[in-house]
Design a protein around this ligand. Structure first.
Ligand SMILES: [Zn+2]
Length: 236
């Protein structure tokens, strides 16, 4: 029966379409994952920029606190100076002078702290700017990358539709019962329901085949299945 062999040859060609469709489908299925990875990179970068901004804000408010403290020290000194003019007792006068000296010393410390903070704030401002610029660049790049991934997924989808159409046309040439066997066997066998006999082994699972099976397949009178993986066997 030459026609069964022909059917099997056609079936084997059909399987090439199926393998191609599965391959392309796998690539399409990867797209959301790739996009997620890109967004994850962006998310982490944004968190770094936020932390830098936060640090800048914290230092700025610390500077404001120090400035308020400085202001209160200055007011205290002015108050003591005014009091100096009104006191009668020598001891109180001396005590006031001491307070003034102490407050002035405190004021110097706070002034130094403010100066140091200002330097650090300048440094932080540069860091914020640099990281914001970097983020903008990365954001643009990632947006482009995602667009490309989506575009290529769309092209692959179109390719699948094209191959599926060719497959449908090809399918019409094959005997329906042979086709039915194949479709049933495809499931759970990496989408492959037919295997070539490669020397004396099944190319689907690699198991050595009984000579009798090879013989039967060669004759092509009936469907022959691999003892191990149950795929339809084709001897070219
Ligand atoms: Zn096998």
């Amino acid at each position: 029966m030459e026609s069964l062999k022909q059917d099997l040859e056609l079936l084997y060609e059909l399987q090439i379409y199926d393998i191609k469709i599965d391959d392309v489908r796998k690539k399409v299925d990867q797209a959301p994952l790739l996009i997620e990875e890109k967004n994850e990179v962006l998310f982490v970068k944004k968190a770094v920029v936020d932390a830098t901004r936060q640090h800048f804000v914290e230092m700025s408010s610390l500077k404001k606190e120090k400035e308020a403290l400085l202001d209160s020290k200055e007011k205290a000194i002015n108050k003591y100076v005014l009091e100096l003019n009104t006191v009668k007792s020598n001891n109180v006068y001396k005590a006031l002078l001491l307070e003034i000296e102490k407050s002035k010393a405190d004021k110097t410390v706070v002034e130094d702290e403010i100066l140091e903070l200002m330097d650090r704030i300048d440094g932080e401002a540069v860091k914020v700017k640099v990281s914001e610029d970097e983020l903008k660049m990365i954001e643009n790049k990632i947006k482009n990358d995602i667009r490309e991934i989506e575009l290529s997924a769309k092209k692959l989808e179109e390719e699948i539709i094209k191959i599926e159409k060719e497959r449908e046309d090809h399918k019409l040439k094959i005997d329906k019962s042979v086709l039915l066997h194949y479709e049933r066997l495809r499931k759970g066998r990496s989408g492959q329901g037919i295997a070539l006999i490669d020397q004396d082994s099944c190319s689907g699972c690699g198991m050595a085949l009984r000579p009798q099976l090879i013989n039967q397949a060669q004759k092509g009178l009936d469907l022959v299945f691999c003892d191990n993986c149950s795929r339809i066997l084709l001897k070219k």
